[in-house]
Design a protein. Structure first.
Length: 461
């Protein structure tokens, strides 16, 4: 059962995911849509067909679509009306382990959860909560308190589609499935880590939403912090999502709270002309962060995170820069003269893992060039994030979801600078953000600007 069945998220993501699940035989249980739109079932079915046509690449298996339509029912009603939840209880019948997906604004979570509890629908059920998980530490705690008032923690699934991406899951696998990384994966050999999540497009008519969020809340605090946790965590002590969550929590707890000088905020020229954006808005559309993890493994290693809109490319990449050899035997290998060795993870638009190393040129002189050993790993027909995550929630597998304590620990890192920060710096669309971002990374820079046009990294000039 999912609330918000007539909304934009359902149209773009949920219905295509359910269709994909039906196609591969992973969804055979009834699906009950809930909304307050004065619709009927026939109108919702039309909405489903339109969703598949627009966002699932069209109907390539008509029988699967008809199976999905047959599984679908609909309850229309006001979330503040107890009669709505009485109708839901009747629609559920004897369902033993219902899953409630709240694809609705966070302001309605409390109303719906309270309605489920009062109707006796929360017992033995699971609830999926769509991000954002609060706007700051206080609201995150309040939101978690609302969810915990009716559901135990292991029945709450905080869904962040970013964690369901194959490329993100591969970070965890690559780290702990290969033995050669562990000896160098620490402060003794790694000089710095850069993570870039760039978007070539702007706010795309969502200025009203962005005014309430901004890049720091929308991308850095959740998506990029999750990448940091996967890269920085210690090996889990056993195979289970409980151990994984505990190690990620330790990373968040070890993150040094940010100060104003650790953050560069930018705003692309023209943002204030977007609909629903304030004329004097100081909301950031670009954010660069310098982060430290005060743990034994990572003490002193800076992590540089950046994300933004209207940048030159839509691309996501991680670059782990290694320290130079302890003794410089060759004239052309001084770290001030050449790029350092690095390990590179390309997450989007294609997937790649690369190791950069210097190789001698042919001839008598000891002169070389840096080359990449490149592994391309684009896999067709992989499950989309919502398809994977919804299937996991139905099965009760919480590995790819976010735990209450981790949400609050991540907010604690950014909470000091949500209001106490420097003003935004303007930047031109099509650039890599304001010049101040280069100053932030200068001790370990420059930024490595990835390009999706080629498989190899563009070396800084």
């Amino acid at each position: 059962m999912f609330f918000g069945a007539t909304g934009d998220l359902a149209h773009k993501k949920i219905f295509p995911a359910l269709y994909a699940m039906v196609k591969r035989g992973a969804l055979t249980i009834p699906v009950i849509g809930v909304a307050y739109s004065s619709w009927d079932l026939e109108e919702l079915q039309t909405r489903v067909r339109d969703s598949i046509a627009q966002h699932a690449g069209g109907v390539d298996e008509e029988r699967a679509l008809e199976r999905l339509i047959a599984l679908l029912s609909y309850v229309d009603g006001d979330y503040n009306d107890p009669a709505t939840f009485k109708a839901l209880k009747q629609a559920l019948g004897n369902a033993a382990r219902p899953v409630f997906y709240l694809a609705i604004p966070p302001s309605l979570f409390g109303t719906v959860i309270e309605g489920l509890e009062h109707a006796g629908l929360a017992d033995g059920a699971r609830v999926i909560v769509e991000k954002p998980f609060g706007r700051d530490l206080a609201s995150a705690r309040e939101l978690n308190g609302v969810a915990r008032s009716a559901f135990p923690e292991d029945s709450i699934f905080r869904i962040d589609h970013f964690l369901g991406k194959e490329e993100i899951m591969n970070l965890l696998y690559f780290r702990f499935a290969n033995s050669f990384l562990e000896p160098i994966w620490n402060r003794n050999y790694i000089a710095s880590v850069q993570i870039t999540l760039a978007e070539q497009f702007g706010v795309q008519g969502r200025g009203g939403f962005y005014e309430t969020a901004g890049c720091l809340r929308d991308v850095i605090q959740n998506h990029l912090f999750q990448i940091v946790a996967l890269l920085a965590m210690e090996p889990p002590t056993y195979r289970g999502f409980g151990a994984l969550h505990s190690e990620k929590l330790d990373v968040f707890m070890a993150m040094r709270p940010l100060s104003a000088d650790d953050v560069v905020r930018g705003q692309f020229a023209g943002y204030q002309n977007e609909p629903d954006v304030a004329n004097q808005s100081d909301v950031e559309t670009f954010c660069a962060v310098r982060l430290f993890i005060d743990s034994w493994r990572w003490a002193g290693v800076p992590w540089y995170l950046r994300s933004g809109k209207c940048l030159p490319e839509s691309v996501s990449e991680i670059l782990v820069e290694l320290k130079p050899p302890p003794q410089q035997l060759f004239a052309d290998s001084f770290p001030t003269a050449v790029p350092a060795n690095y390990l590179r993870f390309r997450l989007a638009p294609d997937t790649a893992i690369a190791l950069a190393a210097r190789v001698k040129r042919a001839g008598e002189e000891f002169i070389g060039d840096q080359r990449e050993l490149l592994l391309l790993d684009t896999q067709p027909n992989q499950a989309a994030p919502y398809e994977r995550l919804l299937g996991d929630a139905i099965a009760g597998d919480g590995a790819l979801f976010t735990r209450e304590d981790s949400v609050e620990a991540a907010w604690a890192v950014v909470d000091p600078i949500l209001t106490n920060h420097h003003r935004c710096h303007p930047y031109k669309p099509g650039t890599w953000g304001p010049d101040q971002a280069e100053k932030l990374i200068a001790p370990h820079g420059p930024w490595h600007n990835p390009s999706p046009a080629t498989a190899t990294l563009t070396e800084p000039t």
